[in-house]
Design a protein around this ligand. Sequence first.
Ligand SMILES: Nc1ncnc2c1ncn2[C@@H]1O[C@H](COP(=O)(O)OP(=O)(O)OP(=O)(O)O)[C@@H](O)[C@H]1O
Ligand SMILES: Cc1cn([C@H]2C[C@H](O)[C@@H](COP(=O)(O)O)O2)c(=O)[nH]c1=O
Length: 203
Amino acid sequence: MTARFITFEGIDGAGKSTHIAALTERLSARGAVVVNTREPGGTELAETLRGLFLHSGMDSLTEALLVFAGRRDHLQRVIEPALAAGQTVVCDRYTDASFAYQGAGRGMDLAVLTTLEQWVQNGRQPDLTLWFDLPAEMAAARRAAAREADRFEQQDLEFFERVRAGYAARAAGAPQRFARIDASVSVAEVAAQISAVMESRGW
Ligand SMILES: Nc1ncnc2c1ncn2[C@@H]1O[C@H](COP(=O)(O)OP(=O)(O)OP(=O)(O)O)[C@@H](O)[C@H]1O
Ligand SMILES: Cc1cn([C@H]2C[C@H](O)[C@@H](COP(=O)(O)O)O2)c(=O)[nH]c1=O
């Protein structure tokens, strides 16, 4: 089996969760053993940190330190062992979210995030990142219909447009890894775009 690391990214309410199960089914049907996970979270320790991250007030450096601490544990306990066993890891968010939210959204120094990325990840980057891109206003309307807002989801449209621009910058810096999905269209049309990306890679 070929080990693969696939991440889903995008602003809150872009529609990632809606498509993770379908991608998992597709990969499993082709013989992959799929590990579904998420960030912040993915281990007992990192899920505990997630609760603080989403619901306690803190500055952007504290946010980054918490999320990278959880990421370290997640990499060591879940992601690296699964990849070493030839499995496919499908992760709802990873380090691009730190650059988009803490970097572009909160205005944190990207050089600090780059240092944390190097320390924590030992070079581990996804093989493919599906970036769900849509205007902040559309995502806000979807969220409002769906659930109660956490600390990030309470941010204004300007914050989410900065986060969106942060994702665009990360995508421009790693064009082979990123696939931009136009997430403003129907669920069926988004699913078709994901299938096309997977087919183009022979996955
Ligand atoms: N293409 C779409 N068109 C319209 N509504 C959608 C579409 N995709 C998802 N939705 C709806 O938008 C809401 C948010 O979707 P979802 O929870 O999948 O987003 P998400 O990116 O995982 O959000 P978060 O990262 O904040 O968890 C849900 O109610 C979902 O049913
Ligand atoms: C990994 C990561 C996440 N975030 C933010 C992005 C979202 O607002 C929440 C996670 O909520 P979700 O419902 O699981 O999408 O956390 C962040 O700011 N920085 C990160 O590195």
